[in-house]
Design a protein around this ligand. Structure first.
Ligand SMILES: [Cu+2]
Length: 139
């Protein structure tokens, strides 16, 4: 009986840790095959949660990116680097926004317009997934 209770407590602890909350998100409509997805996730749990990958039914691939601006010879050079994971800190937020972190939807397979909703599936450390619905916007 005691064992069962322990198991229940551990399971509910995990469920709590995985309950990330979406606090706004969007996909930037641009010409060309690659689109950036931005969103804010809140982690109410006591453990940080890592996002280790992404996919979308409307893109051939999706990856986690960071935009970096470096000053080189008086000129601001912007580049994007792939990152292995993103962390949503415990009791805090992870913000993906322009000029910072984003999910790159690569080789989008259908034409999208403003107001369309895109499904973005995030792969979390430990094998769970989180599915987000993000509107396509022109900003
Ligand atoms: Cu990118």
């Amino acid at each position: 009986m005691k064992k069962l209770l322990m198991a229940t407590l551990i399971l509910s602890g995990l469920a709590l840790a995985q309950s990330l909350k979406l606090a706004g998100g969007w996909v930037r409509l641009v010409p060309g095959p690659n689109l950036s997805a931005y969103f804010t996730l809140y982690n109410p749990g006591p453990v940080p949660i890592k996002i280790v990958g992404a996919s979308s039914p409307v893109a051939k691939a999706a990856s986690l990116h960071q935009t970096m601006t470096k000053n080189s010879g008086g000129m601001d050079m912007t580049s994007m680097d792939e990152v292995k994971f993103l962390t949503v800190p415990a009791k805090s937020r992870l913000v993906l926004k322009p000029k910072s972190y984003h999910v790159m939807l690569e080789n989008v397979t259908r034409s999208l317009k403003i107001g369309d909703k895109i499904t973005l599936v995030l792969r979390l450390e430990g094998g769970k997934t989180l599915s987000l619905q993000l509107p396509v916007e022109l900003r």
